[in-house]
Ligand binder design. Structure first.
Ligand code: CMP
Length: 138
C-alpha cells in the first residue's frame, strides 16, 4: 500500500492545528501508520530542502522549519501521495483553494503549515530520513 511522509510545521503546531490537520487525513480514509512529535535540526533541514539551496527564500525556509516542535506522520492508503497533496493544497497559500489545509489556514510562504512528499521515491527517502528507527519496517 502506498505511503507518504507528512510534516506538520512549527507554525501549525504553535497555532494548535495538529488535531484539525490529522483529522482531515483520517476523515479522507487514510491510515496514520506512524506519528511522533519532534524537531527538525538545521543540519537535516538543509538536506531535506537541499533542492531549494540556491533560492532566495532558502534561509527563511530553514528558519521556519526549525523554529519549534513539528509532528511527523507516515500516512498510508491507495494513491496516498496524491490524496494528501490534494488535501493540503497548492504550495503557495495565495493559490491554495479554500477547503484545503493551506487554503484554510495559511497566508504566506514559508509558513504553509504542512509538508508532504511529492513522489513515491521522495516518500521512501523522507520516511527513512524522519523515521530512521523503523529500519526495514518503513
Ligand atoms: P514544502 O512543501 O515544505 O516544500 C518546500 C517549501 O518551500 C514549501 O513547502 C514552502 O514552505 C517553501 N517555499 C516555496 N516557495 C517559496 C517562496 N517563494 N517563498 C518562501 N518559501 C517558499
Amino acid at each position: 500500500m502506498e505511503k507518504t511522509l507528512v510534516i506538520i510545521k512549527p507554525e501549525a503546531v504553535k497555532r494548535a492545528l495538529v488535531g484539525e490537520i490529522l483529522s482531515r487525513f483520517e476523515k479522507k480514509g487514510l491510515t496514520i501508520k506512524h506519528l511522533k512529535v519532534g524537531q527538525v535540526s538545521a543540519e537535516v533541514a538543509r538536506v531535506h530542502y537541499g533542492h531549494h539551496a540556491d533560492k532566495p527564500f532558502f534561509p527563511g525556509l530553514i528558519e521556519a522549519i526549525t523554529a519549534g516542535p513539528v509532528v511527523f506522520a507516515v500516512l498510508e492508503g491507495p494513491h496516498c501521495i496524491q490524496h494528501v497533496r490534494n488535501i493540503i493544497g497548492a504550495t503557495d497559500p495565495l493559490k491554495a483553494t479554500p477547503g484545503t489545509i493551506r487554503g484554510d489556514f495559511a497566508l504566506v510562504n514559508p509558513t504553509n503549515m504542512v509538508h508532504a512528499s511529492d513522489s513515491p521515491e521522495t516518500a521512501e527517502m523522507e520516511i527513512r530520513r524522519f523515521f530512521p528507527e523503523l529500519g526495514q519496517g518503513a
